[in-house]
Design a protein around this ligand. Structure first.
Ligand code: PLP
Length: 548
């Protein structure tokens, strides 16, 4: 299985070989060969995924890293395309993570429908650059159409609104990004610029900078408010935007594990009264990364409306739930947001990497307009005028095609399966003595931990100090179980830390599962719990537990 040695190559880089590998071959036999390669990619990889149900080949990262230390670029070609493809299938795939396994329930990355590979290949073959019309043509107008469809899914304005804006070159309902991180960054970039309109000599924060903005408005800082469950991309955004990531004010969560509205109101009023501080935005989360919990969006919208604050909803995870007639009510209030982040490579089941951000106001993105003389000229359809990214692939084609293939109903089947399987999983966890459910799933994410029954009993009556001692032992047990299970390579759940009791500072280790693969079912979940139980029984922790 080790990669092949660096043998001297008989292959040469010259114009005739370059010509052969660069240009699509026209003769029949070369075409057949290329089609055969495609078959290998589609079916060779797929066969691998079917054969290797487990998560990944058992090999340590240290050992792997030793094989990847040669840092010289080869001058002459080393391999033919056929050999490269074979190597990837034989050597890379088994050592990559089989995120498509139904036993892989630890992260927000999972199996994608088979046809996505075709759509990704088509996008690469077309190689359109949607930064500008001159390199994308129909893809630019198609992108505007799918953006309008998604905007409608979120904000549901009247038909006339969409007729006016769908192909309007002056307005923009949203943009594609590389993911949720850049979508959140774009939303806060727009919100930041909107927050400081021109005043006297001050033109804009984009032009004059943060220091001048603070001076013009006689302020000392600008903050955003989000629950403690806010994604760390928000911290990056405040860093990049020059506002300082310490100016994210984390608000506690309540017993439902969503943002504590009383604390949020108190903090908002306190900050509004402080004339030196400006609240840039309040962020609601629709599907928190660690727990899947949705904040009370209508109430957040009320607070933002009352105080005139930008309301951003981070629906990177939960956004596609809007396609489900059965569960879209969970996101009620999202239509009142000023901006909304949704990831394509999460619950739109698209390949890496693609996200989107939407704005209620079709003029909102004017806050970040950039023109260049050679491209993105004023008044043009060029989609790069209002995006953080420059050159960009046509991910809109993949989303548009996927919706054509599956319809919103196809997506809702997968989304409903995830939510309902997570509910069943929660029930199974509760029925087992060894486990404690920590967060009940609202969507398809839940957390739990291994807590032997006797410790569960002790925890009920333990005082704060005793509880922390017991929790520390439990943390160690859960870390070990998660690691051993991951390294065994059959199944995978992730882990994080959450507060399990409202009066403790201690963040306890919890196992986190994300049920998004439509092939994950209760039998598989049962096996995963069985495996965790058997790892626990094998651990020499009984000793430690007795000591406590
Ligand atoms: C709620 C939330 N927001 C933002 C992000 C960042 O998205 P990405 O990893 O696509 O940049 C994530 C990723 O997990 C997320 O869960």
């Amino acid at each position: 299985m080790a990669p092949q040695e660096n043998k001297p190559s008989s292959l040469v880089a010259d114009w005739s070989t370059l010509h052969r590998v660069f240009i699509r071959p026209e003769d029949e036999s070369s075409r057949k060969t290329l089609v055969k390669y495609m078959e290998q990619i589609l079916f060779g990889l797929h066969d691998f995924l079917n054969k290797h149900v487990g998560v990944t080949e058992e090999i340590s990262l240290v050992k792997l890293a030793e094989e990847y230390t040669d840092t010289k670029i080869n001058k002459d070609p080393k391999k033919k395309l056929a050999d490269v493809i074979k190597d990837i299938i034989d050597e890379i795939a088994p050592r990559a993570v089989n995120v498509a396994s139904p036993y892989f329930i630890g992260h927000m990355t999972s199996a994608i429908p088979f046809f996505m590979v075709h759509l990704k290949a088509i996008t690469a073959a077309l190689n359109q650059n949607v930064i500008k019309l001159e390199t994308s043509k129909v893809l630019s107008v198609l992108e505007k159409q799918i953006l309008a469809k998604m905007h409608r899914m979120i904000f549901d304005f009247k038909n006339e609104f969409y007729l006016e804006h769908v192909q309007n070159t002056e307005t923009c309902l949203g943009i594609f990004t590389t993911g949720g991180t850049t979508a959140n960054l774009t939303a806060l970039w727009v919100a930041r610029n909107k927050c400081f309109p021109p005043k006297d000599d001050f033109e804009s924060i984009e032009k004059n900078g943060y220091f001048e903005a603070m001076k013009a408005y006689n302020l000392e800082k600008t903050v955003i408010l989000v629950s403690k469950r806010g994604h760390f991309s928000l911290r990056k955004a405040l860093g990049i935007l020059g506002l300082g990531n310490q100016n994210i004010i984390p608000i506690d969560v309540d017993s439902n594990r969503s943002i504590d509205l009383i604390k949020l109101e108190e903090k908002t009023k306190e900050l509004q009264a402080d004339k030196k501080t400006k609240i840039l935005a309040i962020i609601g989360i629709a599907g928190a990364t660690e727990t899947g919990i949705i904040d009370p969006l209508p109430e957040l919208a009320d607070i933002c409306e009352t105080h005139g604050i930008h309301f951003h909803v981070d629906a990177a995870w939960g956004g596609p739930v809007l396609l489900s007639d059965k569960y879209s009510h969970l996101l009620k209030g999202i239509e009142r947001a000023d901006s909304v982040t949704i990831d394509c490579h999460k619950q739109f089941y698209m390949p890496m990497s693609s996200g989107m951000v939407y704005f209620k106001n079709p003029k909102a993105l004017d806050q970040i307009v950039y023109h260049a003389r050679y491209v993105n000229r004023p008044g043009s359809v060029d989609l790069g005028i209002k995006t953080l990214e420059g050159s960009r692939e046509a991910n809109s084609l993949i989303l548009d095609s996927a919706l054509k293939i599956m319809g919103s109903k196809g997506y809702s089947l997968m989304i409903e399966h995830g939510i309902e399987t997570a509910m069943q999983f929660a029930k199974m966890i509760k029925e087992r003595d060894l486990f404690q459910l920590v967060t009940t799933p609202q969507l398809n994410i839940l957390t739990y931990r291994v807590v032997p029954k006797d410790i569960q009993e002790k925890l009920k009556t333990a005082d704060r100090k005793e509880r922390q001692k017991l929790d520390t032992v439990l943390d160690d047990i859960n870390i070990q179980i998660q690691r051993i299970q991951r390294e065994a390579g059959k199944s995978f759940v992730s882990r994080t830390r959450l507060k399990t009791s409202s009066d403790d500072d201690h963040n306890t280790v919890v196992l986190r599962s994300v049920i998004m693969n439509p092939m994950t079912n209760v039998d598989i979940l049962d096996e995963i719990l069985d495996e965790q139980e058997s790892i626990f029984n094998d651990l020499e922790t009984q000793q430690m537990i007795k000591k406590t």
